[in-house]
Each structure stands twice: as C-alpha cells, then as structure tokens.
Design a protein around this ligand. Sequence first.
Ligand code: FES
Length: 103
Amino acid sequence: MAKITFITQSQEEITLDDNSGSVMELATFHDVQGIEGNCGGVCSCATCHVHVAPEDFDKVGKPDDMETDILEFEDNATEFSRLSCQIEITEELDGIRLFVANE
Ligand code: FES
C-alpha cells in the first residue's frame, strides 16, 4: 500500500492510498482537482501533469522518451514534471507528494 499526497492549485492537500494502477487513475477516481486523464492514460493529453516534490523524484523516476515528448509542449513543465498516468503505484511510492500542475 502506498500513500500519495496531492496538492492542488488551490493548496488543498489530499492523501490517498492504493496498491496498484496508475497515479492518474487514483486521482481521477477520487476527483482530485486538476487531474482529468482525458486520454484515458495513453500519454497523449497531459491533463494528468504533476510536479513531483523534488525530494521524492528519485522514487518516481524520470519520464521515458514518449512522455518527455508530450511534456515538452507543456508551458509549466519543470525538471520534476511527470504525467501521472505513466506512474504505476508501487509500495516504493509510499509518502510521495505531487503538486497538480493544471488549474
Ligand atoms: S491521462 Fe492523458 S497523458 Fe496522462
């Protein structure tokens, strides 16, 4: 089981837990504001963009080439950006904090 905390653009903190699936699926199931998952998780819409807390980035890991290509079109992308549909929930993610990038 991994506890994952989302911080929305309105500074709301929401901690959820799960043990499988993607982080985007977890967020959309619980209606986390700003994570929409419009493409269904196939890495083509970026409506699931998050900024990983810098101290947690090693746990989450870097985006692959396809994800990097999508993130390049995002104005507010940073070195800590990830598309949450591409992050699989594992126990290693326990305690991470993700800042929702979209309004
Ligand atoms: S849900 Fe579309 S890129 Fe993540």
